[in-house]
Design a protein around this ligand. Structure first.
Ligand code: G3P
Ligand code: MG
Length: 228
């Protein structure tokens, strides 16, 4: 049996590079990863940047909230490999013309960045991308706002919850997919499961032909997929 499930790198390749770093994204692209998942916030002067947390404390040599720094100020801090916090524009330039799927997560569930959806959609619309981006968020309002701005893009709701009627919910919310922490039997919309690093779990999901898995270790996942 062959599995058609795609493999997305969760925050790039965190088992080898700092999470959400250009070095990790570049390595993954150079090694023909199927897709990349990454997280987006806005600086004080409204530049979209890539980081998981709302604060820079855990992943840089600085302290404080992204929302309180201008882009120029934020760029003075570095990730563990010495590179500055990437902007969304830098990543879009890196993937320009490359056959890699992107899953852009709006990190708007803990801190809401006013107007982030319009700014991000505009940047993505201008980029030279091979595949349509999948926009995801734990914050359904961000996806609804995005859909109102650009209904042609793909939107996916991120959740840890078990949904009662996943497909009905997806249709009602104009969603192309669901990004689930726990597998559900979903047939008519895309299902991408996160964050899957255990070989047995990967094997199971590949056998079930989920649309994609989002993993910290794409090379391990690829070995498992090849053996399904
Ligand atoms: O998109 C899947 C996953 O990234 C969601 O959780 O906290 O790692 O952004 P988190
Ligand atoms: Mg994420």
């Amino acid at each position: 049996m062959t599995s058609n499930s795609l493999i997305y790198g969760h925050r790039g390749v965190p088992v080898k590079f700092p999470e959400n770093s250009l070095a990790g994204f570049a390595y993954a692209i150079g090694h023909q990863i199927d897709g990349l998942e990454f997280d987006v916030h806005l600086t004080k002067d409204r530049v979209p940047v890539i980081m998981h947390d709302e604060e820079i404390n855990r992943t840089t040599d600085g302290m404080g909230r992204i929302a309180d720094y201008t882009y120029a100020e934020l760029r003075q801090f570095t990730l563990a490999n010495g590179e500055p916090v990437p902007s969304l524009k830098e990543l879009l330039d890196l993937v320009s013309g490359e056959p890699v799927h992107l899953n852009l997560e709006f990190k708007t569930d803990k801190h809401y960045y006013q107007g982030i959806e319009r700014i991000v959609l505009q940047l993505v619309q201008q980029a030279d991308l091979v595949y349509p981006v999948v926009f995801s968020s734990f914050n359904l309002r961000s996806l609804e706002r995005s859909h109102a701005i650009d209904p042609r893009q793909k939107y996916a709701f991120l959740t840890s919850a078990k949904l009662g009627d996943p497909e009905g919910f997806a249709v009602a919310e104009h969603l192309e997919g669901l990004h689930l922490e726990h597998y559900q039997d979903v047939q008519h919309v895309s299902e991408r499961v996160w964050t899957v690093d255990d070989p047995d779990d990967l094997r199971d999901l590949f056998s079930k032909q989920v649309s994609a898995v989002i993993t910290d270790n794409f090379e391990l996942a690829r070995e498992v997929r090849a053996a399904v």
